[in-house]
Design a binder for this molecule. Structure first.
Ligand code: ADP
Ligand code: 5GP
Length: 209
């Protein structure tokens, strides 16, 4: 049965808990790997170059676009964000499940290039919870938080582009839901079309008898 990697896109409004849930998923040894994005946004306290993001100037970022090094990219609240193609292709070819934690415009671009990708929209129950989480995280100014809340309204309007919506009420629940989706996706008939050949390969049964 299906033993290739699944390209898993986790999107959702800023403050939904994507980073938190992805960190939890990565604790399962060997099950997932995470693509590190490139951004022109300034690092937050504690963020590390090459771990959280590759932090680049706008000029450097535009060069990556020109070189065709990005699988997708988008402008989010005034900053560029993009996924380097090479890492994703390499990991998928080795059969790994690759997570992209990206916003909706990027998710749509990836689905066009990789129709097999699984798009998950992670969200808290209400926009009030989102505001509480953004304020609780305290990494952005009120102005930026308001911009991100306005953006959340647009993002939830694009839910029809996604394959699944996963509620992040409790981190543990969200993680279990995502693991269940990945396991189920592996049984999709469309991913297992070579099964019929394998099924019939055993000689000795005369199907014409
Ligand atoms: P995102 O990556 O989507 O912007 P984060 O992972 O940074 O979001 O989470 C935003 C804030 O919400 C963080 O302070 C995080 O600790 C908190 N958080 C994440 N998931 C939950 C949850 N299920 N319940 C309550 N708080 C959460
Ligand atoms: P943040 O500034 O909070 O780290 O990220 C802002 C938004 O950009 C989040 O919704 C995050 O998922 C998204 N993002 C991060 N990396 C990428 C990327 O490579 N491409 C796209 N399209 N969005 C990204």
């Amino acid at each position: 049965m299906y033993n290739k990697g699944i390209l898993l896109i986790i999107s959702g409004p800023s403050g939904a808990g994507k980073g938190t849930v992805v960190k939890e998923l990565l604790k399962e040894e060997g099950k997932y790997c995470l693509s590190t994005s490139v951004t022109t946004r300034a690092p937050r306290p504690g963020e590390e170059e090459g771990v959280s993001y590759y932090f680049r100037t706008e000029k450097e970022f535009k060069k990556l676009i020109e070189n065709g090094s990005l699988l997708e990219y988008a402008i989010f609240c005034g900053n560029f964000y993009g996924t380097p193609t090479k890492y994703v292709e390499q990991q998928l070819s080795e059969g790994k499940n690759v997570i992209l934690e990206i916003e909706v415009q990027g998710a749509i671009q990836v689905k066009e290039k990789y129709p097999d990708a699984v798009l998950i929209f992670l969200t808290p129950e209400t926009i009030q919870d989102l505001q509480d989480r953004l304020r609780g995280r305290a990494t952005e100014t009120d102005e930026v938080i308001n911009m991100r809340l306005r953006r959340a309204r647009e993002e939830v309007g694009l839910l029809n582009k996604y394959d699944y919506v996963v509620l992040n009420d409790l981190v543990r629940n969200a993680t279990e839901r995502i693991n269940a989706i990945v396991e189920t996706e592996k049984f999709r008939a469309a991913r297992n079309l070579d099964f019929s050949e394998q099924f019939l390969s055993k000689k000795g049964v005369d199907t014409n008898a």
